[in-house]
Design a protein around this ligand. Sequence first.
Ligand code: UT7
Length: 314
Amino acid sequence: MTASRIVALGHYQPPKILTNDDLSAMVDTDDQWIRSRVGIRARHIAEDETLVDLATSAAQKALARAGVTPDQIDLVAVATCTALERSPNTAAAVAARLGIPTPAAYDLNTVCSGFSYALATADHAIRAGAATRALVIGAERMSDIVDWTDRTTCVIFADGAGAAVLEAVPDDRAGIGPVVWGSDPEKNEAVVISGWQPIISQQGQTVFRWATTQVAPLARQACEKAGLDPSELRGFVAHQANLRIIDAIAGKLGLAEDAVIARDVIESGNTSAASIPLALSKLVERGELHSGDPVLLFGFGGGLAWAGQVVRCP
Ligand code: UT7
């Protein structure tokens, strides 16, 4: 039986940093409110770079680290909710930029859970024999869909991208565990991105309450499906929406004391589908997580959709 594993990761953030003090000069907010309610200190905002630029830069790093050439990739999946073009989709545009000859190329939009959804679909394609090497990217230019006069959202969202190269391996070396995914259609208006020039709005407290009560049991299911107790995890990378949410879920999971908990939201803000691969790639790059370490990924948000799985670090 065939399975898949992550061979390498890469990430990219645009150089421009917007601090809480910068935002205080734009809307009625302050550093203290943002730090205490959300945990964010700064975020990266794209200027000239397009969504495809962000995704391509992250993918190039992942490919270089994997030692994989573009012609070896046969599937490209991009998780994003900020594609301005309907066609070509982001995956096709990234494939063209990278010179990937004939990949299956698709975008997937489940907003903030998008990376875990895309990772699962690529893993399933490899398991089904429909692909052998895949590029899975989470990329967002949230700055395109933020109302910069709305203090309830403009202090939260940011831009960035993270990418993973996947390859087929024998089942006993599987690096990507079974996905736990779903949605609550009754809460589908908790996060809305709509309009001719789409703008994001959210019922923050609805998502906050849902995430702090519902994610831990679902995350435990993902561990169970991977045959692990949460105490055996080396790391936990949740969607980087809010430091208080991350710490509340981590506290309920019963992680080992020395488990690494991703808190990239502090430096990067909420980059929706990019937040998980961005945070994971940084932890591996900094040597805080090592090859083979089991790490729980868990995304949640618009939809209200969720997805999570245990992966082994490259
Ligand atoms: O990634 C997609 C999924 N989304 C999430 O996971 C978001 C989950 N929710 C959250 O992270 C939090 O609910 C927020 C960070 C969005 C909001 O924090 P909160 O503690 O739930 O604040 P709140 O919405 O209850 O607002 C409290 C107060 C309000 O003022 P009043 O009505 O109490 O006078 C807001 O108007 O804070 C005010 N407020 C602000 N004040 C200063 C809202 N935004 C700001 C701001 N600066 N930027």
